[in-house]
Design a protein around this ligand. Structure first.
Ligand SMILES: Nc1nc2c(c(=O)[nH]1)N[C@H]1C(S)=C(S)[C@@H](COP(=O)(O)O)O[C@H]1N2
Ligand SMILES: [Mo]
Length: 201
């Protein structure tokens, strides 16, 4: 599937607000890079994606195995908590629910912690993750996802500020209690709904 026949999910804002552009945001055509500590190296031979915690079956995927999972292409908006939004980004990847179904989420799971190659972490309530627009993506606008934007694999969360989307993601853990991630420990919102301007906790 090419970026041109992507499924348009940009109307999801209607669940949260009246305007496509969330309050306090300005639209930009640039795609700035925001990383806490630079772009980590990775090795396709040893890269491993793990699914752990409150699941029926813990999973692990090699890079090759992950790329064999059924993928979709969506056109999404991207909202950075620092105030810029970028419309109509085409991302290709695996929806979160596909992974969750394979692992079998236990009834006592309430949150999900995402972890990444640069030791970044971010957490979200489980219900905010169980959406088809939450993608593990390796492709942006029909090209390989650039390394500084999170390649080989990152998460995108078009219904949340973008710090909820871990770049260089290499694992998810289903949690039975909320646990703050990197920015959440530093005062950013747990839920991060852009249409409510949930920037800080
Ligand atoms: N692994 C990792 N993921 C991350 C970050 C990071 O520092 N490390 N920064 C977050 C923040 S604060 C934002 S705004 C977006 C930025 O994504 P971009 O660099 O592709 O614009 O990635 C998020 N995901
Ligand atoms: Mo950010």
């Amino acid at each position: 599937m090419s970026a041109n026949d992507a499924t348009d999910v940009t109307e999801l804002y209607q669940e949260f607000g009246d305007e496509r552009l969330p309050p306090g945001q300005r639209e930009t055509s640039a795609f700035p890079v925001l990383s806490k500590s630079g772009t980590p190296q990775w090795d396709p031979e040893t890269w491993e994606f793990t699914v752990t915690g409150a699941v029926e079956e813990e999973l692990s995927f090699s890079w090759e195995e992950f790329r064999e999972l059924p993928a979709v292409t969506q056109r999404q908006d991207f909202h950075c908590v620092t105030g810029w939004s970028k419309f109509d980004c085409a991302f290709t990847g695996v929806p979160f629910p596909t992974i969750a179904e394979r692992a079998g989420v236990r009834d006592d799971a309430v949150h999900v912690m995402f972890s990444a190659l640069d030791d970044y972490t971010t957490d979200l309530p489980l219900e905010d993750c169980l959406r088809d627009e939450v993608l593990f993506t390796w492709s942006y606008d029909g090209e390989e996802l650039p390394a500084d934007h999170g390649g080989p694999l990152r998460v995108v969360t078009p219904h949340k500020y973008a710090y909820k989307g871990a770049k260089w993601v290499d694992g998810i853990e289903f949690l039975t209690e909320p646990e703050p991630g990197y920015w959440e420990r530093r005062g950013y919102s747990e839920t991060a709904n852009p249409w409510n301007e949930e920037r800080y906790s």
